[in-house]
Design a binder for this molecule. Sequence first.
Ligand code: MTE
Ligand code: MO
Length: 421
Amino acid sequence: SNYSEEPSRHPSLKINAKEPFNAEPPRQALVSSYVTPTEFFYKRNHGPIPVVDDIGRYCVSVKGLIEKPKELFMKDILNLPKYNVTATLQCAGNRRTAMSKTRTVRGVGWDISALGNDPFGTNILREELMLLSHNISEEEPVSLPFLSSPGVMVTAIWGGAKLSDVLELVGIPKSTSTTPAGGKHVEFVSIDRCKEEKGGPYKASIPLSQATNPEADVLLAYEMNGETLNRDHGYPLRVVVPGVIGARSVKWLDSINIDSKECQGFFMQKDYKTFPPSVNWDNIDWSTRRPQMDFPVQSAICSLEDMNIGTNGKIAIKGYAVSGGGRGIERVDISVDGGKTWIEASRYQKPGIKYIADEERSDKWAWVLFEAEADIHSNTEIVAKAVDTAANVQPEKVEDIWNLRGILNTSWHRVHVQVRH
Ligand code: MTE
Ligand code: MO
């Protein structure tokens, strides 16, 4: 591994780990605009950023269960119709810190003094350590801790070719949501190298039915926010799978593989799965669960951190809400008394235009920003919860959805406010 050619990054990013580089923007930066400015994109990596300096020779090989395997050069991708899709990418570990604080894993079998030997300069929480010791004892590669507050999120205008058009070039016909799927999968393999794959590339897959359906808007993106994709985010080409956890949007694409089964890589089979609270690192059987795809309904308050305010403070409560699978946001409820009573926040995607959860009039793959105002006179807890168009609602307590890998913390988002007298 070689970290000597990392790109430069914005100084305001909160760095969770340096090598591989993992960082998130301050939460206020997230709600300052609907489309996240490129420098505030979160960065989630598992190895050094690859260097692709000869774009003329760069190609993606498409192979596997197809009649005409093919090498696609950048010019072939650029020749296809270009689509701009506004989509939110959210790491499955978004808001993990709060989940880590709530409960430790059962059957702790490692030395607490490992905390003093923190190689990452962060306060590694208990299940992250469990993961480390588990992986070490199994002689598996070490997975780095990745703690995060609500910032592992980005909304961008991704520009690129539709995967359904790319697959048509190699003879795979387009589908609709009612076409029989045939059970095949499309695997994306990266150029990068990571420990979890024992020095091999990062990879993931999605069902072929999703890949060939133009309506699913899966892109091979070469642009974000109207500019050439930068190195941190996958230059020259990355996959963007709208509506599912960020882990499936493979960066630095090297090859596409059509297979009869799901990708067997670490991040599909040994990570990014949820387990019931009874499962711990001693009794875990990864094969009992499917890889997580869709993101459940989520929201977070970004205009406030736990803080002190003056008396009679009017405060603005702003944040984001988003669901997976293209579901819209039906409602965002705000409480300024810890969840006893609620008011409804206003919602928008385009500033000044009321959001309507309707595919024709809104960006179905993107977050919705919300806003409410309140008068705070005493110490309290401010809470946000969202409801999506399928009437899914965020769970109240993080304890109820706790899972040992610390993913998908979508519990009510709470901010504590103290009034100074
Ligand atoms: N692709 C490659 N090749 N390597 C990676 O480490 N990380 C994944 C995904 N794609 C990753 C990857 C994860 S877990 C997330 S959340 C997103 O990329 C993060 O994308 P970003 O860094 O562009 O924000
Ligand atoms: Mo992620």
